[in-house]
Ligand binder design. Structure first.
Ligand code: PLP
Length: 375
């Protein structure tokens, strides 16, 4: 059996090697390393794929979130509602911009932000909501859009884990996640569902005015060289990464199908077990399984993690410390929050290997080992 990895980028690369290599070679030959045509081609292709009118490539997913918040002209002290159960980048940029992160609960079934908790957290200073499509499944966007409309709030979708996923509105309309809120942000970190071979990210919006602000902010606040209208930053997707992404975007749906097949395998293996809760698939979302995350009840979760490791099977805890318990947020009232569901999940989740290259022999070994430990 081939060694099992959490993510197998090497094997995925060998299958597209000739195409990726010649795309990278083309960048080397033209020497257009920054802002080459290849970057605009990628943005155009991604816009067609997601249905988002404007796609602004940038340096990484964290920058994408930061630039989104900068473009909305939020003022110091303005409140931004985010889940605590997320990757740190979601909440970190809020604090970095001197805004106030307000941490709310997630739904224990979907791991995504709970609309009821959002509504309760709204104050006169609330300006934006950041739903995170955690593990690859859409947050319940219709409810969030309704709340935002009632209270005049912006929505910034953190789509770093869910590119290619979609949300089905109650009226049957289906839209890609990241293209639904005021602004969407995503990451092309190598292990993400659409990953490049370094850092990369993108920002999405349908709003023309916002799009030009986002573009300017990502480029030192200028639209005309050396004339700086806004305080911005330097956040670019380089041409070599765009070359890789052009090759991989064409395969994204195929990659998602491979991930979903892995999830189906795991579901079958674990569904009947009383101590294992397999990922809930919300009827309104197309789950793209960035992670396959189990919730264990009455099991020594960390013990399982070590048991698997001893058998050369990696597993991960996403995330071992929720945002409201991070030292970073001690001065933001982090210690005063009581987020029982978030804490409960933090102690019980475990993510199994999930990528496009897992074969049945590996999946068999992983699920056997899990079931051997849990019994
Ligand atoms: C990966 C990730 C980010 C940040 O992306 P980077 O490209 O690593 O900066 C933000 N939010 C979530 C939920 C993520 O998973």
């Amino acid at each position: 059996m081939r060694p099992i990895q959490m993510v197998d980028l090497k094997r995925q690369y060998t299958k597209i090697k000739s195409e990726v290599d010649s795309a990278i070679q083309e960048v080397l030959d033209t020497a257009a390393f920054i802002n080459g045509k290849i970057v605009t081609d990628f943005a155009t292709a991604l816009s067609a794929y997601t249905g988002s009118k404007h796609v602004i490539p940038c340096a990484n997913g964290t920058d994408a979130l930061q630039i989104a918040m900068m473009a909305l002209d939020l003022q110091p002290g303005d409140e931004v509602i985010t889940p605590s159960f997320t990757y740190i980048a979601t909440t970190e940029v809020v604090a970095l911009l001197k805004l106030k992160p307000i941490f709310v609960e997630v739904d224990p079934k979907t791991f995504c932000i709970d609309p009821v908790a959002i509504e309760k957290a709204i104050t006169p200073r609330t300006r934006a909501i950041v739903p995170v499509h955690l593990y690859g499944q859409s947050a319940p966007l219709q409810e969030i859009l309704d709340i935002a409309a009632r209270h005049n709030l912006y929505i910034i979708e953190d789509n770093a884990q869910a590119i290619g996923s979609s949300y089905r509105f109650p009226d049957g309309t289906v839209k890609k996640t990241g293209s639904i809120g005021t602004i969407g942000a995503t990451s092309f970190f190598p292990s993400k569902n659409l990953g490049c071979y370094g850092d990369g990210g993108a920002i999405f919006t349908d709003d023309d005015t916002l799009a030009s602000r986002l573009k300017m902010i990502a480029n030192h606040g200028q639209s005309r060289r050396y004339y700086h209208e806004l305080v911005g930053c330097n956040s670019r997707l380089d041409s070599i990464q765009a070359a890789v992404l052009n090759v991989k975007l064409k395969r994204l749906d195929e990659y998602i199908a491979a991930r979903r097949a892995v999830a189906d395998y795991y579901d079958k293996a674990f569904n009947a077990h009383p101590k294992i809760k397999t990922p809930y698939r919300a009827p309104y979302s197309h789950h793209v399984f960035h992670q396959y995350t189990l919730v264990l009840d009455g099991v020594d979760r960390n013990g399982l993690n070590e048991f698997l490791a001893a058998r050369n099977i990696p597993s991960m805890i996403y995330y071992p410390v929720p945002a409201h318990r991070q030292k970073m947020f001690a001065n933001f009232g982090g210690g005063n929050y009581h987020l029982e569901t978030t804490d409960w999940l933090t102690e019980r989740v475990i993510s199994l290997p999930m990528h496009t290259e897992l074969d049945d022999e590996q999946l068999h070994a992983i699920s056997d080992a899990v079931l051997e430990y849990i019994k």
